[in-house]
Design a protein around this ligand. Structure first.
Ligand code: 0O2
Length: 263
């Protein structure tokens, strides 16, 4: 039995010392983990459906989609074990279910910063969604420059043996924040980085630039929206509906085919 197999058995809380050196035990352990992770994957599906419904509704009301895209992942057994080990917690399935709230993770990428809070508000206002914890790394960025809104929620999932309230970590951020986080995340997995401090400083600088750009983009969007309203008011006060229709051909939603965001 190799170390990975032993770790897998560990995670099932089976007494490792008493196990025969056979593959049956390993197979059983792997099956238990698979079944545990399947439950988290179902919870992800529930949260994604909620977000997709909100996104459709928001688009219909506001003529734009606040959600660019949604991704999700279930933490791997290796990553679960590493996190438990790092925190000095028992490396067992029970411990993982009790102590880790990000085994199921959903990432929502929004167009603008205020969309992040709108989406978060609409999600946690649902009466079957229990908000466990909020970490606002946008209002309080991490020292390295990381920005994102994290919500730990619990949602009910109905399995054959009853209802379980499953924890899901929802990370909501802008495209720019996500771009930054992907690159910074890569750095964590590099064993040797020459001039690591220079790289970290540069990353922090980019994070601040991105935050500033995100705010400017939001202001620009508001300005463009205001111009659109003024233009429409001008057309309606002129009473020139025909003229309006002609011009609308070239404007957003006015006869032009649009790309559809598929989440
Ligand atoms: P992975 O590989 O993404 O799964 P805490 O709850 O405070 O005890 P925890 O669980 O680290 O500690 O919570 P936190 O700070 O909310 O972080 C959870 C996840 O957010 C991380 O998961 C990352 O996905 C992301 N994250 C947090 N900080 C950073 C950061 O500085 N840079 C990047 N790129 N991502 C970050 P994991 O399990 O660390 O990793």
């Amino acid at each position: 039995m190799d170390n990975t197999q032993k770790e897998l058995i560990n995670l099932t809380n089976l007494p490792l010392a008493n196990l025969p050196e056979d593959t049956g035990a390993v197979f059983g352990a792997a099956e238990s983990i698979k079944s545990m992770l399947m439950k988290y994957s179902c919870a992800i599906r529930e949260v994604k459906t909620k977000l997709e419904v909100l996104s459709d509704e928001f688009s219909a009301q506001n003529q734009r989609n606040p959600i660019e895209f949604i991704t999700s992942r279930v933490k791997t057994p290796k990553s679960i074990m590493q996190k438990l080990h790092r925190r000095g917690l028992p490396v067992t399935m029970e411990s993982a279910q009790e102590n880790l709230f990000d085994i199921a993770g959903v990432r929502v990428i929004c167009s603008f910063v205020d969309d992040i809070y709108s989406v978060a508000g609409m999600l946690i206002d649902q009466d079957d969604v229990e908000l466990v914890k909020t970490k606002d790394y946008i209002k309080n960025p991490k020292p390295n420059g990381y920005r994102s809104l994290h919500l730990i929620i619990r949602i009910p999932v109905f399995f054959s043996d009853g209802k379980r309230k499953m924890p899901v970590e929802v990370q909501i951020r802008t495209i720019a924040m996500d771009f930054w986080a992907s690159l910074e995340h890569d750095l964590k997995y590099k064993k040797v980085v020459p001039n690591v401090e220079d790289v970290q400083r540069e990353l922090k600088d980019c994070a601040d630039t991105i935050a500033d750009t995100d705010m400017r983009m939001m202001k620009l969007r508001d300005e463009i929206d205001r111009m659109k309203v003024e233009e429409e008011m001008k057309f309606t006060s002129d009473g020139s509906a025909g003229k309006h229709e002609d011009l609308a051909e070239g404007r957003e939603g006015g006869g032009k085919e649009q790309y559809v965001v598929e989440i």
